[in-house]
Design a protein around this ligand. Sequence first.
Ligand code: ADP
Ligand code: MG
Length: 701
Amino acid sequence: MNPNFLQTPIPYLKGVGPNRAETLQSELGIQTYQDLLHLFPNRYLDKTSYYKINQLQQSGADVQVIGKIVHLKTVEQKRGKRLVASFVDETGQMELVWFRGHKWIREHLKLNEPYVVFGKTTRYGSTFSMPHPEMELLSEHQQGLKIAMQPIYPSTEKLSNKGITNRVIAKMMQQLFLECKGQFPESLSSGILDELKLISKSEALFNIHFPKNQELLAKAQFRLKFEELFYVQLQLISKKLLRKQKIKGMPFDKVGENFNSFFKNHLPFELTNAQKRVIKEIRNDMGSNAQMNRLLQGDVGSGKTIVALMCMLLAIDNGFQTCLMAPTEILANQHYNGLKELIGDMGITISLLTGSTKKSVRTIIHEQLENGELNILVGTHAVLEDKVQFKNLGLAIIDEQHRFGVAQRSKLWHKNEIPPHILVMTATPIPRTLAMSLYGDLDISVIDELPPGRKPIKTVHRFDSNRLKVFRFIKDEIKKGRQIYIVYPLIQESEALDYKDLMDGYESIARDFPLPEYQISIVHGKMKPADKDYEMERFVKGETHIMVATTVIEVGVNVPNASVMIIESAERFGLSQMHQLRGRVGRGAEQSFCILMTSHKLSEDGKTRLETMVRTNDGFEIAEVDLKLRGPGDLMGTQQSGLLNLKIADIVKDNQILKTARYHAIQLLKTDPRLEKAENALIRYAFTKMMQQKTIWNYIS
Ligand code: ADP
Ligand code: MG
């Protein structure tokens, strides 16, 4: 086959035509034969087996069940109505649920007639529920055509509206295979194919779209997932090697006066071993001739600030300026004050630049940056503005990086002729698996040890019905001189409702904790920044006992005297968010507590989240659970999920394959860095093609 055949525009495929082509393009990004070929089924309906209701086991499985609807009712809920059918067979009962289309369903569903239902089940306690099932009367089902493994392709509302149903896509795929005679160019070397016993590309593509049986499907999936992850890793690793070779960094070869004098005279405590190790890693990196691009992970409270400072001192010792960027003004302020205190009278100049810095001060800062008088600039996004020019920026540190976009990170690169060393600090532990894929071209340092003497935070789960007891506990703690956070959820879609919850909560707290004995601060997103800061300040200074807030306090706020974190409607929070919130307490010498308040209604996932929080304080363990529950896209936020736009592999579930792929990518580049060897010709060809077509993530760093 002509290797460019797969680049044929999709309208040329028989049965597609301009209209359908346009919809395929806008909805699924399909422009060429190849794009269609790489539209992989999301799942397969295994319609060879039928389950009895008492055989259902876990949430999330696709199952086919035969039974009858015996009862249909509408359930009113705070967040909308749902239609619930009670569905039974001779072994038990389950629920079918619809959130939309109630009228149509009520008119068309037949009670007490045998149906075959198919769908994903969710478990609530001991009952299973199947939202929006596929349904067919048993009589019709028995007459229909049987396909053992039916592929289900990704779909959208618009696709179905335009008549491009699953069946139509399957037809197009058949046509495509016909025109290509089922032959597709191999893209892995025979060495790798043999070693991993992979099936050929043609065989894999055939079986992914038209699986003959489970076994061949599994082989096809393995081969294609491996290939996808292999090329992603190949790209990341070759990029990293290239960066190390090509981009000259500024060698910080001196360990000078500032660093040494700080270490001897100003260090307020002994560094933990983890901190020492990480500083050494960073020092080695900045001392080499390459540019550093490093991610520093460390749980909340693990002591990243001091590490950041010592790296900044190294930069200053070598004659360079440095900057530290934080995602919010509150945090930037805190960093500024903290660093200022740490450096004391060392004679190092430091300034703060945020959105609310006065124009006159700004002008001075700009000047001092340009003439090199200023050593350290701490700030928010304001640092990225074009007007901010350094004389010689040598090191840029970014705190809490998941709040910054990748594009912003790249902006820092251009603040200097030679790109500065970059250190990204994050308190959201990213599981290794994810880090490898997301940041495969970064180096990673981990602070995996907390400073000594910290009392682990005690976490409990309480139901709303125990609120009075919780309030009594709060009063005791306040009597001991402590301060309390009470946090409410705020989710964009239900903003108005959440806001009402917050205000109701605030009122009831104000009743139970009356003035003048108790002072309460409140902070939420609808307040003016100045009012927020004022309320925050009162709490920081210890003038108020209780801080009622939405999640705006999630990141970085430091009030060591606060010892209780109460999370309201905790079932609605994500795990990493709860862990971040919990990290607001446990900063002083006192025993701290985190109380997770919920109603009795909890989903399985909700329960798992709460149990995880109660069981462990370990951010990495929590991140792993979170990743399993939510999948990578959600975890990293929408901003970065595009980076994880894998077509077939899933970096969580396919963790093992990812490791194998990474291993082989590294081996390959070690033995043949430019892919010049004859045996790697197929790989070089495929790789070059992918880079040209940008079918691999276009990852900027
Ligand atoms: P994070 O990693 O969350 O940014 P910080 O740098 O704010 O953590 O440190 C949390 C607290 O721990 C600070 O009060 C800091 O002074 C203290 N700290 C940091 N390192 C040590 C250490 N090695 N020994 C004792 N206390 C430390
Ligand atoms: Mg910090």
